[in-house]
Design a protein around this ligand. Structure first.
Ligand SMILES: [Zn+2]
Length: 136
């Protein structure tokens, strides 16, 4: 199977490759508890590269908001609750805002770029036939 995040070879019965699974694990452990800076540190400490992490955080699987949206929503809600307001921002809200203002990405220290997925070794299968020029 191919990894649902980075499209690299994931293994026979796996839907995600080991490095993407690690990104998700660290994310799940940290969401709501750590800020972006801490999270970035944790990814780096686990030996994950920025493209690997970006790839997972920006993946919108099955039309769901990305992990990055979840993280942003989580942090906004914590902030609102600290101000005594009912923090009820959902990841979908965040995504809506993000799509409306994709120029200014002020969150985090990393700039998200859509096609930053790493392709280590595994042959990349292009589903959409836009890219015909292959430099092998
Ligand atoms: Zn992967």
């Amino acid at each position: 199977m191919r990894c649902r995040y980075c499209r690299n070879h994931a293994g026979l019965f796996r839907s995600s490759c080991p490095s993407c699974i690690r990104v998700v694990e660290i994310f799940e452990r940290s969401v709501g508890r750590a800020g972006w800076t801490e999270l970035v540190d944790r990814f780096a400490a686990a030996g994950l590269t920025k493209p690997q992490v970006d790839c997972v955080l920006d993946a919108e699987i099955g039309g769901e908001p990305s992990l990055r949206d979840r993280m942003t929503a989580e942090m906004a809600n914590v902030l609102l609750r600290n101000l005594g307001m009912p923090g009820r921002q959902s990841p979908a809200d965040v995504r809506k805002i993000r799509r409306g203002a994709n120029e200014a990405s002020s969150e985090g220290t990393w700039i998200s770029s859509g096609d930053a997925c790493p392709s280590e070794g595994a042959p990349q299968e292009q589903d959409h036939g836009e890219d015909t020029a292959r430099t092998a």
